[in-house]
Design a protein around this ligand. Structure first.
Ligand SMILES: [Zn+2]
Length: 379
């Protein structure tokens, strides 16, 4: 029997005060649904876990990664003083609208990640999960892909200043570009991203040849997958890449971005995973995450996100939970129009020829990255 780890779940009811606006794919209801499902399973009152109220990040904390001029323009735009050049900073676009409280929302999600970081880095818990974080597209001076502050990059910057060596593993369907390029020239941070190929999906980066710059060569790792790639392909790729690199790198802390938009039914992406495969991916990461800061990320089908992240949280707590969604959550879920009654989806088997193509593609990508990157790690 394994001993239960000490864990922390960071959350705030304030998340529901913020709304990206009608028609925007990112819906904060997914956070409340995840919280409610974890609670319904009793996963927020386990003896080993703590429920922590998210706090706001200060401007100074955010400035560890973000450029002061960007923070200033974001603040001004948030006050309704829309500076003419805010477009240059990616602000006020359809992807990154200046909805009421955009700055407060970003400070809160970043604050939640900073709390997760403090709890894990200080040794108070082994694992902390901030489901509102993982906003991995924002750059130092630019909002992008629904992300204004890059909470992952902010906490990694703080940890780097403390001399820690960090491994960042990103399983969102989109490339973790903001984090990768934020630490592209340092060997102190290893970034690994699994995602749908930039040839078919935003942000159009994350190719195998992106391996870092200067001292950072070999410390950026990308595994692009063909549209239609399923659980088996994703897990195979993960198993080829993560165990050898994380073992060789031996990070002080591991940050994982657990975007749940790789699902077959996600409206924005074209991968073909199930919640079962997503959970397996998290399970395969766990042995390498001795000190583990887990962040959320994408996920645009509200039926999948709570199920995926509840599975992830149960794994972090080494707690098996029944597959049938508990009442009263199930009734709420069905009232909202969702049909799933179980956490884990049945296996999905794609059509043979597209499957064969996706396998050929991933084998080629992994082979190339093993040649390009592994020698930098003595592998
Ligand atoms: Zn995504």
């Amino acid at each position: 029997m394994t001993t239960a780890p000490q864990t922390a779940f960071i959350y705030s009811d304030r998340y529901q005060q913020f709304d990206y606006g009608p028609g925007h794919p990112l819906q904060n209801a997914r956070l409340a649904l995840t919280y409610e499902l974890c609670k319904a399973y009793g996963l927020l009152s386990l003896p080993c876990t703590r429920l922590i109220q998210a706090r706001d990040a200060t401007e100074e904390e955010v400035a560890a990664f973000h450029r002061p001029d960007y923070v200033e323009v974001f603040r001004a735009a948030d006050r309704g003083q829309a500076p003419a050049h805010m477009w240059e900073y990616g602000l006020g676009t359809s992807d990154n609208p200046m909805f009421p409280g955009a700055y407060a929302w970003s400070a809160l999600t970043t604050g939640a990640s900073l709390q997760a970081m403090e709890l894990v880095d200080s040794g108070q818990v082994e694992c902390a999960f901030n489901i509102s974080g993982g906003l991995h597209h924002a750059a130092a001076a630019r909002a992008a892909g629904f992300c204004y502050f890059n909470d992952a990059a902010v906490i990694i910057k703080h940890l780097v200043r403390r001399g820690r060596r960090i491994a960042y593993v990103d399983i969102d369907a989109h490339h973790g570009d903001g984090v990768q390029f934020g630490f592209y020239d340092t060997e102190q941070v290893l970034t690994i991203s699994f995602h749908e190929s930039g040839e078919s999906l935003f942000p159009g980066t994350g190719f195998v040849e992106e391996i870092g710059r200067g001292r950072g060569i070999g410390y950026a790792v990308n595994v692009p997958l063909l549209a239609g790639s399923d659980d088996e392909i994703f897990l195979w790729a993960l198993d080829q890449v993560v165990p050898p690199l994380l073992t060789a790198f031996n990070a002080d802390l591991v940050v994982t971005q657990l975007g749940a938009d790789s699902h077959l039914t996600d409206p924005l992406t074209n991968l073909a995973m199930t919640t079962t495969g997503f959970a397996e991916a998290v399970r395969h990461l766990q042995p390498f995450c001795r000190k583990w800061i887990a962040l959320g990320g994408g996920g645009y089908n509200l039926e999948n996100v709570p199920r995926s992240w509840t599975l992830a949280w149960s794994i972090m707590n080494r707690c098996d939970i029944p597959n049938d969604l508990p009442e009263p959550f199930l009734s709420t879920f069905h009232r909202l129009g969702f049909r799933s009654s179980r956490l884990r989806d049945d296996a999905y088997v794609p059509e043979a020829s597209s499957r064969e193509q996706a396998w050929r593609y991933v084998r080629e990508q992994v082979y190339r990255l093993q040649k390009l990157v592994f020698p930098h790690h003595g592998l």
